[in-house]
Design a protein around this ligand. Structure first.
Ligand code: GLA
Length: 386
């Protein structure tokens, strides 16, 4: 329960710093329903903020230091606001450092802070635990430092902290949804204009996240390789489609016309992104029309495309997805996040949740020898003071 976590966090804060926390901020993890590896191609995504979150308790300090306790690791790190450098010994603290660095580079004056944080977003599972930490940290500084900052700008600054300080070249989706999510809705985000629309999750449906419990080191390097392949695709296609600046600008019909000019790997990557953007828009139309069957079919197609063309799935993700596909009442199921491990997301009729748990757990365990973790998620609001 979130209330219990908040009470425990406040108690720990008091023990650690000898004062009450001035506030507790919550920032959620996310699950993406459809639109994978499209955000850094200026495309469309459809994530929801989930009821798994980072909680951060904080109070201002009179000096220019930041002291952070990571309760889940039982570790402490500290750094001066006037000399922020990455810390290899406490890599988890690079999110606080990166956010402070990026806010100051943007011209904001920050107070020193004492902070304690705890998270129940599983780490490395493709549910954006790092974006949740960044957004919680930035929002805390925004409130305690009275920074004039809207939520879109806050998300962009957190993305910049991740790109330039932490060194992961991610798109905008994760920070955006953690900052701007809305209860009971997904957000259709246009990752070029950063306009967004709420898309309500129909009643009587459950969003189930199933965790392979596989974590792989190669995610960041493979991710950056995919990004480069997409850029190469744009570069090559520009010869035939001179107006384009990202794969977002290429329609499936134009792609079919010019794909023969692309080398094999790049062609597959581009096909995934171009068709996935198209699927997101069709999926949103289906969800708005309460056509869950079509929505689910598009999720399944998205998975096949990520597996075959984008090649970011893995045997464990495929096993979970295939197990889900066999359960009656499951509309659709696919891998979610960057891939190579982590989680799947399934849209399921409420009446089928128990069957899902039973069948998917048993089938995955039979295939891999490990039990998956299964969370039935609720679409929650983005970051805020608790
Ligand atoms: C990670 C990145 C996001 C997005 C997804 C893939 O979660 O942080 O920006 O690119 O992968 O859709």
């Amino acid at each position: 329960m979130e209330e219990d976590r908040v009470v425990l966090l406040r108690n720990r804060f008091r023990q650690l710093f000898g004062t009450e926390a001035a506030l507790v901020v919550r920032a959620p993890g996310r699950v993406n329903l459809i639109g994978e590896h499209t955000d850094y191609n200026d495309g469309y995504v459809l994530p929801v903020a989930i009821d798994r979150s980072v909680l951060l308790a904080a109070s201002p300090r009179p000096d220019r230091w930041v002291v952070v306790h990571a309760l889940d690791f039982d570790q402490r790190a500290e750094f001066p606001l006037d000399d922020i450098v990455p810390d290899d010994e406490h890599p988890w603290s690079n999110y606080q450092r990166g956010v402070a660095w990026v806010l100051q580079s943007a011209g904001f004056t920050l107070p020193g802070l004492n902070m304690a944080l705890t998270s129940d977003v599983p780490i490395g599972a493709g549910l954006s635990s790092s974006a949740a930490v960044e957004v919680a940290t930035a929002y805390t500084w925004q409130v305690l430092g009275k920074l004039e900052l809207d939520r879109v700008r806050l998300a962009l600054l957190c993305q910049r902290a991740e790109n330039e300080f932490v060194g992961m070249n991610c798109g905008i989706m994760d920070q955006f949804i953690s900052a701007l999510g809305q209860r009971d809705s997904a957000l259709l985000i246009d990752c070029r204009s950063l306009d967004y629309e709420l898309v309500p999750i129909p009643a009587h449906t459950a969003i189930i996240v199933a965790d392979t419990r596989v974590r792989r080191e190669l995610v960041s390097s493979e991710y950056n390789t995919r990004r480069r392949e997409c850029e190469e695709g744009v570069h090559l296609l520009q010869r035939y489609l001179p107006g384009i600046i990202a794969l977002r600008d290429v329609s499936p019909t134009q792609f079919a016309e010019h794909q023969a000019h692309l080398p094999d790997g790049v062609r597959q990557r581009c096909r995934h992104v171009i068709c996935e953007n198209d699927r997101v828009l069709r999926a949103v139309a289906a969800l708005r029309a309460d056509d869950l069957v079509t929505f689910g079919r598009l999720m399944d197609e998205s998975h096949a495309s990520l597996r075959n063309d984008y090649q970011v799935s893995c045997p464990e993700l495929d096993a979970l997805v295939m197990a889900a596909w066999r359960v009656k009442g499951v509309y659709g199921s696919r891998m979610t996040g960057a891939g190579f491990g982590g989680c799947t997301v399934s849209l399921v009729d409420e009446s089928a949740v128990e069957a899902f748990r039973e069948h998917v757990s048993a089938a995955y365990q039979a295939a891999t020898g490990t039990a998956p973790e299964i969370h039935v998620c609720r679409a929650e609001a983005g970051a805020g003071v608790v």
